[in-house]
Design a protein around this ligand. Structure first.
Ligand SMILES: [Zn+2]
Length: 507
């Protein structure tokens, strides 16, 4: 049987538990060890007692006072005390063994190297005192053989930035010649090195100039045998347009911005879509946008965004509304211009009651030119602006009664007469479809109707004969070309799906 070696704790031996009655045997061993220990302590106490009372040394001064024996004991005590004092004086003190302290001058020199709080006189890091006898003043400070500078081109252009950096006019002119048509814009950084000069009165010569002259071009200008030479290093640019798609959420503009579309392109998307999608009735949160913008990515990491190329709004249960850029204008997938012409009917559900042209005037009683068309409508029906523009007149206008004129562009204006109420002020800008007033019968009128005029280049024209004023429609070859382009855009892979793409578009 395995029995580990065991060191007893009480000097005696403790019997190891044997098989059979282990507990009883342990208790017996402990009791025996305790008894042994008690006996040993009793022996020690007896020995101590003998040593202090029976021994030769008895220095008890509390008994038998002033006897001869007491005087001897007192003398022995005094001797011990004096002996101890004398011995203490013989011990060498430790402090005088240290090297002597700094002199004030040495301390001043050492201060910069001391690690001590300022309050205690530490001057860590301050320059050590220099031996003035070793200093010799220079006639003039030495010049660095070359000066490296980094300049950022400001709004005044590269030449001004170089002149500010100390480049001579001659060198600036030479650089401008070398760059030719490349005109680096504001914010571009240029690294330049100015070389050694003969005297201090002349500017340092330009040794080298490195800069991004254009998005896709880096140039290195350097001085070779006295003359500046240019090295053009093209930068590879990937011009794959950026396509993003995501839910409209609570705000289309915000959704586009958070997806990483720059403000200008996001604004353009919303502006164009406003013409073809009814934002008034609200886009649903689950409706989706799809957008493609021009994007150039340089191999050096810079990204540049360009025009809005393609946009789409996908509304639940409706066919997607797609617009595309073609020759500077936006068109719907069908080829119809996004910027629509004037609304055909400025009053909802009204029918035309009188056409344009010569007619017998029911109130005046003679024939005259009818410079607009009349729409029969109930009094109080809202009148909408036929197109976006600026209110050029709003008020009473003779036989027209309450009259509003809206200027849409340099050539085109519309006017609305006989209104019962005017809801706009002169100078106010209005959107297409915005309510500008209500149908009435003010002025020379036989009953409530809207008299509607269209003015083109200062002449009243027949609104019915106008088609696509201010708008356009693609047809034939142009339409084919546009639709091929739209198909290419539709096939472009989507980079990401917002809002996940928001973080991945920044690279
Ligand atoms: Zn009329």
């Amino acid at each position: 049987m395995y029995q580990p070696e065991y060191q007893p704790a009480f000097g005696g031996s403790v019997a190891l538990p044997a098989p059979g009655r282990p507990l009883r045997r342990v208790a017996d061993g402990v009791a025996r060890a305790l008894a042994d220990e008690r006996q040993r302590l009793a022996d020690d106490l007896a020995a101590l007692h003998r040593a202090t009372t029976v021994g030769d040394v008895d220095l008890d001064l509390g008994t038998a006072i002033f006897t001869r024996r007491w005087w001897m004991k007192a003398g022995a005590c005094a001797g011990l005390v004096l002996g101890a004092g004398w011995a203490a004086l013989q011990v060498q003190p430790i402090l005088p063994l240290l090297p002597p302290g700094f002199t004030p001058v040495q301390l001043e020199d050492a201060r910069p190297h001391m690690i001590a709080p300022l309050a205690l006189g530490g001057r860590t890091g301050a320059g050590p005192r220099v031996n003035a006898r070793l200093l010799r003043p220079l006639a003039e400070p030495p010049e660095r053989p070359r000066v490296e500078r980094s300049v950022t081109i400001g709004s005044r252009g590269l030449a001004a930035a170089l002149r500010n950096a100390g480049v001579s006019s001659g060198d600036v002119a030479e650089v401008t010649d070398l760059l030719g048509s490349a005109r680096p814009g504001g914010g571009v950084r240029a690294e330049l090195v100015l070389g050694r000069r003969e005297t201090k009165t002349v500017p340092r010569p330009l040794e080298s100039l490195n800069l991004r002259a254009a998005f896709d071009l880096r140039v290195e200008i350097s001085r070779v045998e006295g003359a500046l030479t240019i090295k053009r290093i093209p930068i590879k640019v990937d011009s794959t347009p950026l396509r993003l798609s995501g839910p409209v959420g609570s705000s289309l503009n915000r959704a586009l911005r958070s997806a990483g579309i720059p403000a200008a392109q996001a604004g353009e998307f919303v502006r164009q879509m406003r013409h073809v999608v009814d934002f008034q009735r609200g886009l649903g949160k689950s409706d989706r946008y799809d957008i493609i913008i021009e994007q150039d990515r340089a191999e050096t990491g810079e990204v540049r965004h360009g025009k809005l190329l393609f946009g789409a709004i996908m509304r639940k249960g409706k066919t997607p509304v797609e617009i595309g850029l073609f020759k500077g204008e936006y068109y719907l997938g069908s080829g119809e211009g996004v910027k629509k012409g004037l609304m055909k009917t400025p009053v909802d559900g009204a029918r035309m009651s009188s056409g344009f042209g010569m007619r017998f005037h029911p109130v005046l009683g003679f024939s005259r030119m009818h410079k607009g068309v009349d729409f029969g409508a109930a009094s109080g029906e809202p009148i909408m602006a036929a197109g976006g523009g600026t209110v050029s007149f709003a008020g009473w206008h003779g036989g027209h009664g309450r009259y509003v004129m809206i200027r849409h562009n340099k050539e085109l204006a519309t006017a609305y007469a006989h209104m019962s109420r005017i809801a706009v002020k002169p100078g106010q800008s209005v959107r297409q479809g915005q309510v500008i007033g209500n149908v009435g019968s003010s002025g020379l009128s036989t009953g409530p109707h809207l008299h509607y005029e269209v003015w083109l280049r200062g002449k009243a024209v027949n609104p019915v004969s106008l088609r696509f004023i201010g708008g356009a429609e693609l047809s034939g070859r142009a339409l084919n070309e546009f639709q091929r382009q739209m198909n290419r855009w539709r096939a472009l892979p989507t980079l990401g799906s917002a809002p996940k793409s928001a973080s991945s578009t920044g690279d």
